[in-house]
Design a protein around this ligand. Structure first.
Ligand code: HEC
Length: 269
């Protein structure tokens, strides 16, 4: 009986220790400074253009972005490529279209109105090759985040922290592959005991930057994260501007109401 109890206690302790150890293995993403953070947040156009280059030459080999249309890339507030650049870019891709007049499907060069052409026709095909389906990148920056303790979330309400998705993606691809022996280990991947089906996607000098920005993993990760944030919320700047205007209006209105109240009640002694 006593032995059973001690065994049970030992098992409980071991379980506790193991789960504590497991919980500690998932690191909390590092908070980065982003141009799109805070009430004055805005996208850096040059950064979005570099981020797109990283997305298109690296990430898009596996990930889709089904909500992104080529024409979005020339819209204001985004990477703002010229319309002719976007036309040329779209034409580099082959779009499966149809049926034509003869009832058959056909391939044609892409047009600005087309959506991003995925490498894999569907998630099943991607999974069959890669071992897991890479999530679509259309809203990934909004769909990911991480847990914060309550006290931190309360502060975050006031600092308007909304970059959890960006911080997670940056940390995952730039800092997470810390185990030299296991290419599928990632400190920030919260499921499957840190085992991620995506091996380190970035290495130095992998993508050519036309604007002289150093071609490092750190810059690639930062730039592609900014790009993915824009993809997930192309109206972010507009939303922040509206919020700021509404706040200023309400402050002025509150002031006016204060003096109105004073005037209305001035004679009521
Ligand atoms: C070789 C294919 C491949 C490339 C290239 C690739 N990924 Fe992935 N990615 C995957 C797969 C597969 C998964 C799913 C991992 C899993 O579920 O274990 C994934 C998952 C992710 C996740 C999600 C993790 C989560 O929380 O679910 C992020 C973020 C991500 N990739 C970012 C990127 C970025 C950014 C790039 C480009 C710099 C990139 N990936 C390039 C295959 C790839």
């Amino acid at each position: 009986m006593i032995r059973l109890k001690t065994l049970g206690l030992a098992a409980l302790l071991a379980f506790g220790a193991a789960s504590a150890a497991r919980a500690q293995e998932v690191k909390t993403p590092e908070r980065q400074s982003w141009t799109f953070a805070g009430p004055f947040g805005h996208f850096d156009q040059a950064q979005l253009q570099r981020g797109f280059e990283v997305f298109r030459t690296v990430c898009a080999n596996c990930h889709s972005a089904n909500l992104l249309a080529f024409r979005n890339l020339s819209q204001p507030g985004g990477p703002s490529f010229s319309e002719s650049q976007v036309k040329a870019l779209a034409a580099e891709y082959t779009v499966h279209d149809g049926p034509g007049d003869d009832g058959a499907m056909f391939d044609r060069p892409g047009r600005p109105a087309d959506h991003w052409v995925p490498t894999y026709a569907n998630p099943e095909a991607a999974k069959a090759t890669l071992g897991a389906a890479p999530p679509d990148m259309s809203v990934l920056a909004k769909a990911r985040g991480y847990e914060t303790p309550l006290w931190r979330s309360l502060i975050d309400v006031f600092t308007q922290y909304q970059e959890a998705g960006a911080d997670y993606i940056y940390s995952l691809v730039a800092l997470g592959y810390s185990d030299k022996k296991d290419p599928n280990h990632n400190d920030y991947f919260p499921v499957a005991g840190n085992h991620i089906a995506m091996p380190k996607p970035l290495s130095d000098k992998q993508v050519d930057y036309a604007d002289g920005t150093p071609p490092t993993v750190d810059n690639y990760a930062r730039d592609v994260t900014a790009f993915l944030t824009w993809v997930a919320e192309p109206k972010l700047e507009e939303r922040k501007k509206t919020g700021l205007r509404a706040t200023i209006f309400l402050l002025i209105f509150a002031g006016l109401m204060y003096f109105t109240k004073k005037r209305v009640w001035a004679d009521a002694h």
